[in-house]
Design a protein around this ligand. Sequence first.
Ligand SMILES: [Fe+2]
Length: 342
Amino acid sequence: MSDSIFSGMKDEDYTSLAACAKERRFLTGEIIVREKTMTDTFCIIKSGKVEVTKRFSDGDEMILTLMEEGDFFGEMALLDQGPRSATVRAIAETTVFELAKNDFECLLHDAPDLAYSIMCELGKRLRDTGSLLVSHLEKKNKQLSEAYLDTVHALVSALEAKDTYTCGHTSRVTVVAKAIAGKMNLVEDDLFAIEIGALLHDLGKIGVPDAVLHKAGPLEKDEYSLIKEHPKKGEIILKNVEYLKRSIPSVLSHHERYDGKGYPEGTAGAGIPLFGRIVAVADRFDAMISDRPYRGHMEVASAVSEVKAQAGTQFDKEVVKAFLGLYESGDLAKLLTEHKKA
Ligand SMILES: [Fe+2]
């Protein structure tokens, strides 16, 4: 909080202030100003101490600041006589100089230096309050994102319990897809969307019969058709969930191929959403380095070569370039080692 407005104040200014303002006294715990009520006055604390709090729509009350002798509040009344944006409560016996707009005009006339310093502080105060509100909103946003991720992880656990062969696959695909997206300089919001999308990319397999999903041998044509429905099934599950809508491209398009020979739509090139093109690389790479009932796993270097060989046909060249960048820098090996430990 700023230095006391009384420090260095000329005696005649103090006299003018006392003459222009009304003096009011409050006991500890008394509310001086209540949030959302209309007032047309602002107050300078003559003595005592107050807390300024704000209540958010979720019921949370946040202490914006504490104020004491020589500080002031309610200064917005000088600009706009609207509802109070915060509650001010005495936390010690407190006396204030209360000034309505016409009282301030009296001060402007009788003690212009004092009035000017109050107005300068007003500008600073508005900026500080704005920063506090922004940091509160950022905190709330982070809590919300974490809640989304928890929900999605619960869904993925349900899926992996059904398909034990994919155990660990989903989280590895997610780590690699997010790293590719980071290498492609996607913004924070996109990284979050791709994280959720990669976690949910095979969600539609919940709708594929276990006998087909777990079949050890080669699939019959109609069985393969059932497997190929999983991106669409995933989309159907997600399309009515508002906060998961941005993850749909990863779910719906992760089996599309850059040359248009993929499924379910057979879309080609840039027509395939970027998130789908990224998850496709991460998904195919992880499938290659994983054991399957009908074959063993490939070594990482061989799988990387295979991804490279498919750039421009199965995969988007730019996505492969970012993926190779991760491999060459050693970041991919690090991610896989960390994932194994987790
Ligand atoms: Fe899939």
